[in-house]
Design a protein around this ligand. Sequence first.
Ligand SMILES: [Ca+2]
Length: 180
Amino acid sequence: MGTKGRILLSILISTHYVICEECPIGWSYNAAFSKCYLFTNTLATWTSVREECQSFNGKLVEILSEEENNWLDDHLSEYSSPALQRAWIGYVDSDSDGDFEWLSGRKSTYTNWYSSPGTKECTILDHRAGGFWSRLPCSWTFQAICEQLPRIIIRRRSKCQRLSSTNNPIKMKYYISALN
Ligand SMILES: [Ca+2]
């Protein structure tokens, strides 16, 4: 939701209610990026995880900044199984011309390649390589990171957790667990 939408909604709702962001159960929320992430926890080919993310109304993750990359890499570091410390992301060279793009068609202004050469078409975020990205055959199997935007819902202030430190009501951010 854009700033104008937030301002309008804030005016419309009373002081007892706030706009909260909500992720589906099992997804991790990041307030800084306003995104929900799902780590699939099972090894599968790139094509199959792309479809899996879509089946959850999400898509394979688009990593747009170093901060986001580090945050996701931290999550991968929590897996005790080394196989799960690498994950497919949505950066792909579908037509094999050497130019990668996100599934949305967007070119990346941020990349974090471990090595530049290589002719493989699919990309992993590799915690075992220090959070760098590697190009690998799409038929290999890894877990994956899906993303989707949080749902925007209006709830009683007491139901939502306040996240930002600002006192500006427009910029204030709230989160509600999907379990509530
Ligand atoms: Ca290409």
